[in-house]
Design a protein around this ligand. Sequence first.
Ligand SMILES: C[S@@+](CC[C@H](N)C(=O)[O-])C[C@H]1O[C@@H](n2cnc3c(N)ncnc32)[C@H](O)[C@@H]1O
Length: 220
Amino acid sequence: MFENLKNNFDFYIRSFTKFSRKNYSGNPDNIESKYLFDILDKYFPMDDKENVSVLDIGSKNWAYVKGEYDFFSRYCNFLKLDGVEIDAYRMNSDFYSRYEIAQFYIKNLDNVRYYPDNLLNINDQYDYIIWILPFVTPYPLLRWGLPEKFFMPEELLEHAYKLLNKQMLIINQGVDEAQIQKKMLEVLCIKYKDLGVIKSNILEFKNDRYGFLIQKQTGF
Ligand SMILES: C[S@@+](CC[C@H](N)C(=O)[O-])C[C@H]1O[C@@H](n2cnc3c(N)ncnc32)[C@H](O)[C@@H]1O
């Protein structure tokens, strides 16, 4: 209860002040990017296409954007890549906000946009959606610093599915979250392929990660 009050207050303040130091600098070819590229290469089947549109949900500071960009660019001539993050103005201890850091990581990538917004406000259609570590229980969301009112996993999943044209990858942390994710997909009658444990030699985590591949059912 106290944590939720504090998160509400902090969230309100940062959505108005949007404070950040300027001119962040980092390495776009970092280990997170390499990990993401490797995961997509292993678990995300693709065909060549002329144009491809992709949405990354809950992008944080999007330090891994180059991994997504390089992966999808291999399969198309024109890539549109969007990221959406509800808490874009949260600051690191070095006073750079996620927004400012994301601006650095996307600056040399064509047709890439970072939306500091709620997924529920995104209404474009996307061929592909990547969703890494959605909150499926309230505690991690609170620990992350978000107000509890933003805990709405089913509504977000339903919305993401509405935006999807072709294929979505969801990755969850730990077997318990994966079970909850699976249940949610079933309750919403979303057909999925259970990828089981997602592995990469590039990064290993304390808790195994689990993947779900969703193909959009057109109804025909
Ligand atoms: C556990 S983090 C994962 C971050 C990132 N995808 C990664 O793998 O490092 C989940 C992210 O989703 C964001 N998020 C939660 N609800 C959201 C919503 N409704 N719209 C957009 N982003 C949201 C959170 O602020 C957080 O940055």
